[in-house]
Design a binder for this molecule. Structure first.
Ligand code: SF4
Ligand code: SF4
Length: 137
């Protein structure tokens, strides 16, 4: 809790919530940014009994910040993408390299959402709303 209470000391990365909104604690108290990376010493952030390593934590958050990630800087979705740096690490061995298939999935999702919103706002209001909410029989 102390570690989470001190989150304000570290600039939040506009990316997924692993390491920012929540952490993973393993059976022996070791702390990692997310469950997919638990046990990997590269992502070790400290231990609940011995304390958090703010230097490692800050370094990780700087790496996964979409503004610093190779391949994300020019992407139109970078400030809203819930990108998964665990997938980047597991597929590319590098948290800063996006996985193309994942990016396609994100882009398709946002295109569908945009189209649905456009359809929702442009279609004529239902008859019941147009006449003040009164149902016609
Ligand atoms: S989106 Fe990926 S990196 Fe983020 S918490 Fe989930 S598994 Fe971990
Ligand atoms: S869609 Fe891909 S390139 Fe764009 S911000 Fe997300 S992970 Fe980065």
């Amino acid at each position: 809790m102390y570690a989470l209470a001190n989150l304000h000391r570290i600039k939040k990365a506009p990316y997924c919530n692993g390491g920012t909104q929540y952490l993973t604690v393993s059976w022996n108290g070791d702390i990692y940014p997310c469950c997919s990376l638990a046990g990997n010493q590269k992502f070790y952030l400290g231990n609940v009994f011995q304390g958090i390593d703010y230097g490692r934590w800050k370094n990780l958050l700087e790496q996964i910040d979409a503004k610093n990630r190779n391949g994300c800087r020019a992407c139109e979705f970078r400030m809203i993408c819930p990108g998964c740096y665990a997938v980047s690490f597991l597929a590319n061995g590098d948290v800063t390299r996006p996985v193309k298939a994942f990016c396609q999935y994100i882009k398709i999702n946002y295109e569908v959402a945009r189209k649905l919103l456009r359809y929702e706002f442009l279609r004529p209001a239902p008859e019941s709303k147009r006449n003040g909410g009164e149902m016609s029989v």
